[in-house]
Design a protein around this ligand. Structure first.
Ligand SMILES: NC(=O)c1ccc[n+]([C@@H]2O[C@H](COP(=O)([O-])OP(=O)(O)OC[C@H]3O[C@@H](n4cnc5c(N)ncnc54)[C@H](OP(=O)(O)O)[C@@H]3O)[C@@H](O)[C@H]2O)c1
Length: 288
């Protein structure tokens, strides 16, 4: 058996490979990367490193040769139409290389989302379906690290957590838990033609995050809920570029509208109990 992981030099891909190494020998894992030098540490672990660029179908096809399974990690490109083209390239390459099973990292409850990135993931799922390769859609939640990260030390220092998320709940999951779910799907039978919405079974609000920050730090932190425009201005004032500030405010707005409140047991069924909010906050503050 050989399992190809694309995006293997990225955060999620690197974690997936760490989990895979606990389940299968290194010689069964192939890293498909666009920058081979960046993957030296993977090669040192005994993992075969192959060149593959989502912009180049032939290179992806070569990187998939002989693969029984592929984990296709979505591109980080910010241009959504370009991203759809890249993803169609990868689907075409997987088809032409005769891949037996492809798992794709999409976005949870994509059909119901108002976020533009959801369209990229739906288009990519359809491109994969059009190949007739057995698939598993790993529809990932928003990463917990986007919200729970060492930057929270600033909220502890100021005593306030500012968002435009209101009382909306967030089903975010850590990259590590999502990586374990992917490694589980790649090494177990029975996941063909399944769609999993990998979200937190216990969604939390930013009021709850402020309370956990208070409990963990021992310093009172309150959630201050602001408008979309105030949030954008706040983020620009703390140094974020305008497009990033706007994107963050759009995400918080989607949370405020209840878009990320929905949950499933899909993640738990694959990995058991995911990392708790308290544990995530402890880790984030230790890393600050
Ligand atoms: N759920 C969420 O909250 C969330 C948040 C952010 C992103 N995402 C999505 O999840 C994906 C994985 O997340 P991550 O944290 O692992 O992202 P990441 O650390 O940015 O990793 C992205 C990976 O894609 C590779 N890549 C970029 N362009 C490529 C190309 N043209 N051809 C081949 N490989 C290419 C990168 O290679 P290099 O190392 O050479 O750059 C890297 O290995 C992201 O790419 C994005 O689609 C999800």
């Amino acid at each position: 058996m050989s399992i190809v992981v694309t995006g293997a030099t990225g955060h999620l891909g690197g974690l997936v490979i760490q989990h895979l190494l606990k389940k299968v020998p290194a010689h069964e894992i192939i890293a498909s990367v666009r920058n081979v030098e960046k993957a030296e540490d993977l090669a040192n672990l005994g993992i075969e490193v192959r060149y593959g660029d989502y912009m180049d179908v032939e290179s992806m096809k070569k990187s998939f040769e002989g693969a029984s399974k592929v984990l296709f990690i979505s591109s980080p490109d910010l241009d959504d139409t370009l991203r759809i083209r890249q993803h169609a390239n990868v689907a075409q390459a997987a088809r032409d290389a005769g891949v037996k099973h492809i798992a794709y990292t999409g976005f949870a409850f994509a059909e119901e989302s108002t976020l533009p990135l959801a369209n990229v993931h739906l288009a990519s799922e359809y491109a994969i379906r059009s190949t007739n390769i057995p698939y598993t859609f790993l529809r990932n939640a928003l990463y917990a690290e986007v919200f729970v990260n060492p930057g929270l030390a600033a909220s502890v220092a100021s005593g306030e957590l500012v968002t435009n998320a209101g009382t909306g709940k967030l089903n975010a999951v850590s990259r590590n838990d999502l990586a374990l779910a992917a490694a589980t799907v790649l090494t177990e039978e029975g996941h063909e033609n399944k769609t999993y919405n990998l979200v937190n079974p216990q969604p939390w609000s930013f009021d709850e995050l402020a309370q956990v920050l208070t409990d963990v730090s021992g310093k009172k932190v309150e959630h201050r809920s602001v408008s979309f425009d105030e949030m954008k201005e706040y983020l620009v004032n703390v140094g974020l570029p305008v497009p990033v500030a706007e994107f963050s405010a759009v995400i918080y707005h989607a949370i405020s509208e209840g878009e990320t409140a929905r949950t499933t047991e899909d993640l738990q069924n694959l990995i058991g109990t995911p990392t708790s909010l308290k544990e995530a906050v402890k880790q984030a503050l230790q890393g600050s």
